[in-house]
Design a protein around this ligand. Structure first.
Ligand code: 5AD
Ligand code: SF4
Length: 438
């Protein structure tokens, strides 16, 4: 028997890339590849790249440079670039870095076996089309091997919103939803393999239209799968939080009380310049309705500081909005100009001003995040256990609110759901004691 070829995938960026990397690994398993976590053992290295912020392409080129000695030591080694930088740069990658054998955009992963074969023949393989066919339908059926209790499942890709700062509509293309019956059947497969929690992914997941009832309809359909215990979804746009989806947070026990709903800015002037198509007040009203449906929901968000034209007063509006919402979790970034986006044409805010604003915002968000976590002490939460902790006999998992929780407890298996009383909080996790037997 020939030894299997080894595949090393390095994933950057969002959870959608994590899902894609998994599917690429599965597509190449059909070609005899097994995964390795050591680049130096690989026959094929794939970088699954992200283009959302700063100097993404430069980082990819420097990472590629680091693989040069491996390529020199093993002339049979093939190197590929996938993901959004591949989509944005295309053939330029091979022109600038001739040791790259393969470039594949996010919509073409089902063509990887052909591209890999081409690379093996010593030809350069490039595919950055937005093909008519649905890549998911052409990807190999997911293997039956067992896996951990949590999984991502991409249900929607692309974005039609065109926020003025964002490359996604260009790198991932127009919004496309996968039909609900196929999503449900992939979810059933995952559950058979041991998955208990599924996070539905999409760049604009709540604009999902693969089910007559939208994302809420899909969530209701998935909730009927007995052994699926938890459902989450990310990322959403405030304008697509429709009545049914808001109501689902009160109706579906399996839908977890955690919502990532980016607002980006608290200033109406900047929201308009960003082409977000909603005001700060409209965002707050959406949250009010979600909290009415599910009072304990933990709200998470994304923010950009230093968008072109942002004044001190605009930034103060962002700080007030954050004060009003009380975020349990948040991600904040300095605006970074992306070539090809409308905002790239505009005058930039000075770097030191961006730095100062980011620090100020992160201090407030950090405080809110810690307060939310600290408030869990003394409360009982349900934990889905995932894997052993660092200490002997310790198990770790996540609460409904996505907080990491550790307990000491014999006999807990990955996939077990148990009630835990939280006793302690530390910088990025909670500790507690088991309450229930199972
Ligand atoms: N600059 C800074 N942050 C950005 N994001 C998207 N594009 C940019 C950009 N050009 C942030 C937004 C988005 C998150 C995924 O990344 O906050 O919600
Ligand atoms: Fe980008 Fe999200 Fe705006 Fe779409 S909704 S353009 S993915 S920030």
């Amino acid at each position: 028997m020939s030894t299997p070829k080894k595949l090393f995938i390095k994933t950057y960026g969002c959870q959608m890339n994590v899902y894609d990397s998994e599917r690429m690994g599965e597509a190449l398993a059909g070609e005899g590849y097994v995964a390795t976590d050591r680049a130096e053992h690989a026959d094929l290295i794939l970088l699954n790249t992200c283009h959302i912020r700063e100097k993404a392409a430069e980082k990819v080129y420097s990472e590629l440079g680091r693989f040069r000695p491996l390529k020199e030591a093993n002339p049979n080694l093939k190197i590929g670039v996938a993901g959004c930088v591949a989509q944005a740069e295309g053939a330029e990658i091979i022109a600038r870095q001739p040791m790259v054998d393969l470039v594949v955009g996010p919509q073409s992963y089902h063509r990887l076996p052909e591209l890999e074969a081409k690379a093996q023949r010593g030809e350069k393989a490039l595919d950055t089309d937005f093909p008519e066919e649905d890549k998911f339908e052409h990807l190999a059926k997911r293997p039956k091997a067992g896996r951990g209790p949590t999984a991502f499942l991409t249900v929607q890709e692309g974005c039609d919103k065109f926020c003025a700062f964002c490359v996604v509509p260009y790198t991932r293309g127009a919004e496309v939803s996968r039909p609900a019956d196929r999503v449900v059947s992939e979810a059933r497969d995952l559950v058979e393999r041991g998955v208990r929690e599924i996070t539905l992914l999409g760049q604009n997941v709540n604009a999902y239209h693969g089910h007559d009832g939208g994302l809420a309809g899909l969530i209701h359909a998935l909730a009927d799968i007995d052994e699926l215990k938890r459902i989450r979804f990310t990322t959403s746009h405030p304008n697509d939080m429709d009545d049914a989806l808001i109501a689902a947070h009160g109706e579906v026990d399996k839908l977890m009380p955690y919502l990532h709903l980016p607002v980006q800015s608290g200033s109406d002037r900047i929201l308009k310049a960003m082409n977000r198509k909603h005001t700060a007040e409209e965002y707050l009203r959406v949250l009010e309705r979600i909290r009415a449906a599910r009072p304990d929901i933990l709200i998470s968000g994304d923010f950009i500081v230093g968008f072109p034209g942002e004044t001190d007063a605009d930034f103060e509006d962002t700080m007030s909005l954050v004060g009003e919402v009380g975020y349990g979790q948040a991600y904040s970034f300095k605006y970074s100009s992306r070539p090809g986006t409308p905002a790239a044409e505009r005058d930039e805010v000075a770097e030191d001003v961006k730095d100062a604003r980011l620090q100020c915002l992160q201090a407030l968000l950090g405080q809110q995040q810690r307060a939310t976590q600290d408030a869990m002490v003394g409360r009982d939460v349900r934990v889905l256990f995932e894997k052993p902790g660092r200490l002997d006999g310790q198990m770790g998992g996540k609460s409904e609110y996505l907080h990491a929780v550790h307990v000491m407890g014999e006999g807990i298996q990955p996939g077990d759901l148990r009630d835990v009383r939280i006793t302690e909080t530390s910088s990025n996790s909670l500790a507690g004691e088991l309450l229930s037997a199972g």
